[in-house]
Write a protein that binds this ligand. Structure first.
Ligand code: UGA
Length: 443
């Protein structure tokens, strides 16, 4: 099937590569000319495992193309996905200008009936609003084309986007009016393999499903972080509590890892957006407010531990920081807990020697030549002359550490671990003082 996709961010690009990989012919359009030029050479603008290989093979197989030309893209197919960004507005609500701009482009260049599928995370009622906008634009021009707008939210995770897209747990289709389900069966058949993954509902329920899923996951994280803070005060070990509650299949082991807070482009934005949506519907979302406040406090936790350890005497000290991205396997630093820590350390007069396996260029882009930031070539180099080590992102290759070297290089032999990647006894044996999350300070 021929498919057009508006937007070449995480969602649009991954979706395009995966749809091409299973045999569809996909035309992607973006307004960013540099990005499109880069993509036409098979270069991925984002770090995402497996993505570049899919781009290259499908480009050369002729199943994938990239353009900035709206006439070409809209004319290419009857089926058009919208996967452009919905960044937070100043007040926390989703900024819908890019989605609606695409709706207008579709209306302007359509010469036949279209099915428009919105993948961007958008407020409840957006599919209906897109439908109304396209229809009114068409009727102003005296044109009458059948356009159906469908909500099809995306659930992929950064760092495993290709895998999530190739093996989805569910595919949510939100359709109002005449249900053209066969089209979606055909698009998604290769992804349904052993059993039907499509769950069909109305568009408003589909849109709320997306927010509800992310907010539920964020709730799990803030809940375990709250328990971790309690565990520290009560002399309990959150890692034991995690195993204890995770073994209850109704709770499950996933998304109950205590840490220094959730970040990324989705959870913080969606928690805020759903609060706005609730407010507009005249409802005060007490739980969502609490999830956000707990997370904001949690992002300060590493700094609070550091400040407490040094009795507020941080000025002039240097901290080695391992991990800058908001989670492993991505170079994304949006809303990353690392940014809160770096900025708090600088405000307190400290310096940072940071290392991240993928996010160094992103750190450079965000902070430029900041006098308080040295970007090290390796995790070992980051330790040189530092007073203490702070671990923010649980990259796999941080888990095996040369404690002898850490001991030798750190002036104060203290490790602040925001992701509980080590065992406290291990660090005691290594003669290191160890602060983690939800466990007693050791050493
Ligand atoms: C999230 C959802 O997991 C996806 O299902 C969704 O499609 C996506 O948002 C989206 O809306 O586009 P993502 O933001 O890529 O995906 O990252 P996650 O793996 O969910 O991690 C989010 C944050 O939670 C990270 O900072 C991570 O460190 C933190 N986290 C996660 C914890 O602190 N503890 C946990 O147990 C799990």
């Amino acid at each position: 099937m021929k498919i057009t996709i508006f937007g070449t961010g995480y969602v649009g690009l991954t979706q395009a590569a995966c749809l091409a990989e299973v045999g569809h012919t996909v035309c992607c359009i973006d307004i960013d000319e540099r990005r499109i030029a880069q993509l036409n050479q098979g270069l991925s603008p984002i770090y995402e495992p497996g993505l570049e290989a899919l781009l290259l093979s499908n480009l050369s197989a002729g199943r994938l193309s990239f353009t900035t030309d709206a006439t070409e893209a809209v004319g290419f197919s009857k089926v058009i996905f919208i996967a452009v960004g919905t960044p937070p507005d100043e007040d926390g609500s989703a900024d819908m200008q890019y989605v609606f701009a695409v709706a207008h482009t579709i209306a302007e260049y359509s010469r036949e009936s279209k099915v428009v599928i919105n993948k961007s995370t958008s407020p409840v009622g957006t599919a209906q609003r897109i439908q109304a906008r396209i229809q009114s634009a068409l009727s102003k021009q005296g044109r009458d084309l059948g356009v159906q707008v469908v909500s099809n939210p995306e659930f992929l995770k950064e760092g495993s986007a290709v895998d999530d897209c190739m093996r989805p747990e569910r595919i949510i289709i939100g359709i109002d009016g005449e249900q053209n389900i066969e089209l979606f069966r055909e698009i998604y058949k290769p992804f349904s393999r052993n059993h039907e993954k499509l769950i069909v509902m109305d568009s408003r329920s589909a849109e709320l499903t997306k927010y509800a899923a992310n907010c539920m996951l964020a709730t799990k994280i803030s809940f375990i972080n709250e328990m971790a803070n309690l565990a520290e005060r009560l002399g309990a070990d959150i890692e034991m509590v995690r195993k204890g509650i995770g073994s209850d299949s109704r709770i499950g082991y996933d998304f109950i890892y205590a840490g220094c807070g959730y970040g990324g482009s989705c959870f913080p934005k969606d928690i805020q957006a759903l609060q706005r949506i609730a407010g507009e519907a005249g409802y005060q979302p007490l739980l969502l407010e609490a999830v956000e406040s707990v997370n904001q406090r949690q992002k300060q936790k590493l700094f609070d531990n550091i400040r407490r350890h040094y009795n507020d005497d941080i000025s002039g000290k240097t901290f080695a920081v391992w991990g800058l991205s908001f989670k492993p396997n991505t170079d994304d630093m949006r809303e990353a807990p690392s940014r809160v820590l770096l900025e708090s350390l600088w405000a307190a007069g400290a310096r940072v020697r940071a290392f991240d396996p993928e996010a160094m260029h992103e750190a450079r882009r965000i902070y430029g030549e900041h006098p308080g930031l040295y970007l090290a070539d390796s995790k070992e180099e980051a330790l040189e002359g530092a007073h203490a080590l702070v671990i923010i992102t649980e990259w796999l290759n941080f888990r095996v550490a040369d404690f002898g070297l850490i001991r030798q290089r750190l002036v104060n032999r203290v490790v602040f671990d925001g992701r509980n990647i080590f065992e406290p006894e291990q660090l005691v044996r290594e003669d290191l003082t160890y602060y983690s999350i939800g466990r007693a300070v050791s050493g």
